[in-house]
Design a protein around this ligand. Structure first.
Ligand SMILES: [Fe+2]
Length: 291
């Protein structure tokens, strides 16, 4: 079995230091095989924010696979934005923008949906590229067929059911078609600071593709939900267990469990108790909009 912790939207240095310390303690008390971070490690891509984010990731007792989010490219230093947007990422986080991690059972592939410049397009929304999806196909086809495939990308492929008008990533349809063709089981994303699971319409004969959106793990900019992160257990036969752990103002607490069998469609939701959303957890409510 492969155990993964899925964090998103850390947003150093707009973080709650108590939550950061508790998250480090929680992960290191029971280290997973891999920590996935689905983007927005920083707030404004400042050097000090990158330094703090990098130090946090290195303090975790597990390998880390991270992809950039829109906040990880500077809006201020335009020369850097257009000439070398990932200079600080490579210096403080990883040499890779689209890393791949695998063990004997699972392959996790990172995709960068952040864009430094797209004419006539809102930079914050993110987009998949045609070349990027072609490269993904080549990489995935080179992997052993029996591996459970997981993709990590910052921007959402689907809006939450309760807020269908929120923006999704550009070229979401092409990306989904590509993922289905490659037998991808899970897409792990963030950006909206809202946690939800979307079951992609099932195609007969293909494995179920599910998109798992994480809330922000450590940011003080909340969207009406507490800070949260995910634990995923992926069994050798392809069965997946998802656990949502939310910050209740004092500690991390399991608030939701879902299971997806190796052959069954969809995630079965187990009964759970809703998190106690305390004043502490929601003391700074961010304005509506993108993460
Ligand atoms: Fe974002």
């Amino acid at each position: 079995m492969t155990r993964i912790a899925h964090l998103s939207d850390l947003h150093f240095d707009r973080v709650d230091p108590v939550i950061v310390a508790a998250l480090r303690e929680e992960i290191n008390a029971d280290p997973p095989d891999l920590v996935v971070v689905s983007g927005d490690l920083t707030q404004r891509a400042h050097k000090e924010e990158y330094r703090s984010a990098g130090a946090f990731l290195r303090s975790l007792d597990a390998p880390v696979l991270a992809v950039p989010g829109n906040h990880d490219i500077t809006y201020i230093h335009l020369l850097q934005r257009f000439v070398d947007p990932y200079q600080r990422w490579r210096r403080f986080v990883s040499r890779e923008i689209e890393p791949v991690w695998r063990d004997d059972e699972v392959a996790v592939i990172g995709l960068n949906t952040a864009r430094s410049f797209t004419p006539g397009f809102d930079w914050s929304k993110g987009r998949f590229g045609h070349t990027q999806l072609r490269r993904l196909r080549q990489r995935a086809e080179a992997l052993p067929k029996e591996l459970t495939r997981i993709v990590v990308a910052h921007h959402p492929l689907f809006a939450p059911e309760a807020e269908p008008d929120l923006d999704i990533v550009g070229r979401a349809d092409q990306a989904l078609e590509c993922f289905r063709g490659l037998g991808v089981r899970l897409v792990l994303s963030g950006h909206l600071h809202r946690g939800y699971v979307h079951l992609v319409e099932h195609v007969e004969g293909a494995p179920q593709l599910t998109v798992v959106q994480a809330s922000t793990a450590t940011s003080t900019r909340l969207r009406g939900e507490p800070n949260a992160y995910h634990r995923l257990d992926v069994s050798k036969d392809g069965a997946i267990e998802l656990e949502v752990r939310a910050w209740d103002g004092r500690q991390w607490r399991v608030v939701e469990k879902r299971e997806q069998g190796a052959r069954r469609n969809g995630f079965d939701k187990a009964p759970y108790s809703a998190p106690e959303v305390t004043e502490v957890a929601l003391r700074e409510k961010a304005p509506a909009g993108l993460g």
